[in-house]
Design a protein around this ligand. Structure first.
Ligand code: HEC
Ligand code: HEC
Length: 208
């Protein structure tokens, strides 16, 4: 009798968990159609292939195809001042949590979704093993909070690494990243970033 009651409770409990997980996913999915409208103001930079940040000079990152959970995190970090880039802070300043969810939903579906099982192009430098555990063998992670690096602008990746090293990017994951990039020799880091940039993955934001 007791064990039957226990099983019933357990069953109820797992249903509650399933419901909670489903509702979180529904929220995380965002409204891509609304997100598309909200990205109009982003195109002047993110939909122009040759567009470079003025100083220091590096390409504006590719954001189309990026993992939605990571984009939510990145935009929230700019909005809340944990990432210091002035233009992006200004861009994100007025976005609500829902706006950010919707933008992330659009960006992740705006182009062909990168495939974590994609064949690796070329040969990974040996130092890349320090990174592939989190970022995926071809720079496309199975863990949604870890950014896709595949196909990203190389000079942007280098700039991002510099920001972790300098402590210009903050937040719980930035601290972990700082330790990761500090552990690699400069040459190994350069070769690893070049390897990720040469993979198929992220793309420029479509104009329409
Ligand atoms: C004036 C040019 C400009 C505009 C407009 C702009 N961005 Fe950016 N964006 C940048 C630059 C430059 C960076 C790199 C910043 C850094 O070094 O942290 C960036 C970074 C980002 C990142 C982080 C990418 C990553 O891999 O971490 C996201 C996400 C992003 N932008 C989304 C947007 C969205 C959404 C909009 C529109 C609401 C927008 N941007 C408007 C220039 C711009
Ligand atoms: C423990 C998991 C983990 C490991 C190992 C790891 N990363 Fe990361 N990486 C992350 C996470 C999470 C972020 C997002 C950090 C944030 O919030 O800014 C990130 C961010 C980055 C970014 C910024 C991407 C962008 O779009 O702005 C680069 C570049 C990067 N990692 C390169 C590397 C390299 C190179 C290595 C190996 C030396 C490495 N990572 C190892 C988890 C990891």
């Amino acid at each position: 009798m007791h064990s039957k009651l226990f099983m019933y409770r357990k069953w109820q409990f797992s249903l509650a968990i399933v419901a909670a997980v489903l509702s979180v996913q529904a929220f995380a999915a965002g409204d891509a159609a609304r997100g598309k409208l909200l990205t109009d103001t982003c195109k002047g930079c993110h939909a122009v292939d040759s567009y470079a940040n003025a100083y220091p000079a590096y390409h504006v990152p590719y954001i189309a195809g990026q993992s939605a959970d990571y984009t939510v995190s990145a935009l929230t970090l700019y909005r809340d001042g944990n990432r210091t880039h002035p233009t992006m802070r200004a861009q994100a300043a007025t976005l609500s949590d829902q706006d950010i969810q919707d933008i992330a939903a659009y960006l992740s579906s705006a182009v062909k979704q990168p495939d974590p099982a994609a064949t690796v192009r070329g040969v990974a430098p040996s130092a890349a093993v320090a990174c592939t555990a989190c970022h995926g063998a071809a720079g496309i992670s199975l863990i949604p909070m870890n950014p896709y690096l595949a196909g990203q602008q190389l000079d942007y990746l280098e700039q991002a690494v510099l920001q972790y090293k300098n402590g210009d990017r903050k937040g719980p994951n930035a601290i972990a990243m700082q330790a990761q990039v500090n552990a690699l020799a400069e040459e190994d880091l350069k070769a690893t970033l070049a390897f990720f940039a040469a993979q198929d993955g992220l793309e420029i934001l479509p104009m329409n």
